[in-house]
Design a protein around this ligand. Structure first.
Ligand code: ATP
Ligand code: MG
Length: 367
């Protein structure tokens, strides 16, 4: 694929809470990094969506925003939702779930990596080797039940888990591709199927389709784990993980646990990838408890934007965008490892603005 003009268009959805604080910081860093790397300019176009916008307009995800996302080359997303602002039926405002469905963003990619300089959550020194990727299926699974669940006669409630062959195949293929791309200390990549095949038909089917796909990737290794045992091992020996692939709900829960392993949400980036579109957002939410204070750690937003640059680099054959991504990651690493700035989230005193300044000033050290 070639670029339309010379400029890539990025739909920017800052959203609510700390999303509105980390997004401007992120755009500043991306501009500095792409300029330094001599990468093509990105045109950022900001659009309304989220709980605050719902309160103002009665619409959480306007058609114009959805349309702009469809037409953009990538979507950069802050965080959305607010406890006091809800739909009339009491449900939360979560436009990102609608975006996943509308844009077919079937793979939730959550890289979990320990950064030198951060306090270790696990006491075992091998925790410094934590470096794995959780791939979460995000268009079916138990989330298929959203909007379809049923309470019968105020006595029984039902939600349906949906696992399809095509849905499982595409997310599993995606996980094997990631395992192949990762250069993992000389070993062939490994993909772990995380399921509950011993109890549920749906999960036994997920495992069966996973195995069929795995057979087509004989240069890589595979294994299986029940989700409960996997949760235990995620705390006991997460440094042994490479790529994990799992159903929607299991992935939702495990990704928060995984972020906890590296000490907090502020270091955990994520990407929602489909056949055509890519949306990049920090794994954290709007953090109402700290919003408005300017103390959010913008690193997860920065690292998510780096994932976006890598994805654009591959999609449009523009290696300088990947160079800019390396600069951004290197600058975050440099900031933390030299203790130039320690985020307040980790007991330091660097607020969002100070973290941003330090990371931008570290770009040249990352060169
Ligand atoms: P959601 O429902 O959107 O996932 P949540 O309430 O589950 O939201 P978060 O908004 O991610 O969770 O916040 C969880 C905790 O982590 C809060 O205490 C919040 O202050 C903290 N936190 C999240 N992101 C950051 C950040 N970037 N910097 C510092 N602290 C953060
Ligand atoms: Mg959460």
């Amino acid at each position: 694929m070639t670029m339309k003009n010379d400029t890539l268009t990025i739909a920017v959805l800052p959203g609510d809470g700390i999303g509105r604080e980390v997004m401007p910081a992120c755009l500043e860093l991306v501009n500095a990094a792409t300029t330094m790397a001599g990468a093509p300019a990105l045109a950022f176009q900001t659009h309304n969506a989220g709980a605050q916008y719902y309160a103002e307009s009665g619409d959480a995800l306007p058609a114009s925003t959805l349309d702009a996302c469809r037409k953009s080359d990538a979507i950069l997303f802050g965080a959305m939702g607010w406890p006091d602002i809800r739909f009339p039926d009491g449900t939360e405002i979560i436009p990102q779930l609608d975006l996943r469905m509308e844009l077919g963003l079937f793979a939730g990619v959550r890289p979990i990596r320990w950064f030198p300089g951060l306090p270790r959550v696990l006491t075992d020194p091998r925790a410094e080797q934590i470096d794995f990727v959780l791939v979460r299926e995000q268009t079916e699974g138990l989330f298929y039940a959203r909007g379809r669940g049923e309470i019968r006669n105020d006595e029984e409630a039902y939600d349906t888990m949906q696992i399809t062959r095509s849905g499982t195949q595409r997310v599993t293929e995606f996980a094997f591709d990631i395992a192949r791309q990762r250069k993992r200390r000389g070993k062939p990549g490994n993909v772990t199927c995380v399921d509950k095949a011993n109890v549920f038909q749906s999960m036994a089917f997920f495992r069966k389709v996973f195995d069929e796909v795995a057979d087509r990737h004989s240069d890589l290794t595979k294994d299986h784990a029940y989700v409960d045992a996997l949760a235990l091992n995620m705390v006991k020996k997460p440094w042994t993980f490479d790529v994990l692939v799992t159903e929607n709900m299991f992935g939702d829960i495990l990704s928060d646990l995984a972020a906890g392993l590296i000490g907090g949400m502020g270091m955990a980036p994520s990407a929602d990838i489909g056949d055509k579109h890519g949306l990049f957002q920090p794994a954290h939410g709007t953090a109402p408890d700290i919003a408005g204070k300017g103390c959010a750690n913008p690193s997860a937003m920065f690292l998510s934007a780096a994932m976006m640059l890598d994805w654009l680099a591959a999609k449009f054959g523009q290696p300088t965008l990947a160079d800019a991504a390396r600069l951004m990651e290197g600058a975050v690493e440099h900031t933390l490892s030299t203790k130039l700035a320690i985020p307040m989230e980790y007991g330091g005193n660097a607020n969002c603005a100070e973290m941003t300044r330090s990371v931008i000033s570290s770009l040249s050290a990352a060169r």
